[in-house]
Design a protein around this ligand. Structure first.
Ligand SMILES: [Zn+2]
Ligand SMILES: [Zn+2]
Length: 251
């Protein structure tokens, strides 16, 4: 399984609204068929990477906060207008994702909002507390916006992704023994509903995962990625990867 990091930036470093200038907002591709999170401007890095959006069958969203989701409208419009897509696309995420996606397209007054003009069908799957289907398992976590964690299994390898939920027992259970844990790390010190380097390091140790990749990290560590890696390594002995945009990891 191949993970391509398209955007690794966060939105609220130090909980102040400082958006990084250089990296793209959060988005990743699993092999060439799953798009995981579509932060603002995800399309820019998808195109810069030369990704073929016609091969994407599913879009997986952890939660509806804009830094994980708002880029969807550009991706859908591009699928219609540039790729001339005909195949259905499935969008998976929390309760309300169908209404939010349609609402965004409507608000932007783009022709993609219209099923006939769009030319391809959108299928939505709104996740329950815990689900298992095809190559994935999901579990609802705990965050001010309903957030889900995903575990994807392919070729006997497993990838676990937690986009912003705190590590509840259920989230930790789903992470157990994963070959790669990808997690957002937004804050430096433990916080009531965001993950710090200490939280992710401890969770990875408890869950016995093989490797960690941390994304969505504070802007102040731009150019100091080794320093950020060390903050996590205080609590986890395995390999910690701090990917940049366009980093590729084989799982
Ligand atoms: Zn959030
Ligand atoms: Zn976020």
């Amino acid at each position: 399984m191949k993970v391509t990091f398209l955007g690794t930036a966060g939105l609220v470093p130090g909980m102040g609204l400082k958006i990084t200038g250089k990296r793209g907002m959060l988005s990743m591709m699993i092999d060439d068929d799953y798009l995981l999170e579509v932060g603002d401007g995800a399309l820019r890095n998808l195109n810069a990477h030369g990704a073929d959006l016609n091969t994407v069958k599913r879009v997986l969203i952890s939660h509806l906060h804009s830094d994980h989701f708002i880029g969807i409208v550009y991706v859908l419009f591009d699928m219609m207008n540039v790729r001339n897509r005909k195949e259905p696309l499935e969008i998976i995420g929390p309760k309300g994702i169908a209404k939010a996606t349609q609402g965004l397209m409507d608000l932007c007054e783009l022709p993609v909002a219209d099923r006939q003009k769009r030319g391809f069908e959108l299928k939505f799957r709104e996740l329950d507390k815990a689900e298992s289907f095809d190559d994935m398992d999901t579990v609802r976590g705990d965050h001010p916006s309903e957030a889900h964690a995903y575990r994807i299994k392919r070729n006997n390898k497993s990838l676990f992704y937690n986009g912003e939920s705190i590590f509840t027992d259920e989230v930790l259970d789903l992470a157990r023994g994963a070959d790669l844990l990808i997690c957002t790390v937004v804050v430096l010190e433990p916080h009531s509903f965001h993950i710090s380097p200490k939280d992710v390091g401890r969770a990875a140790t408890k869950a016995g995962v093989k490797r960690i990749a941390v994304v969505h990290w504070p802007t102040e560590f731009e150019g100091k990625r080794d320093d950020f890696r060390r903050l996590v390594q205080k609590y986890y002995e395995g390999e910690v990867i701090v990917p940049d945009d366009f980093t590729i990891i084989e799982v």
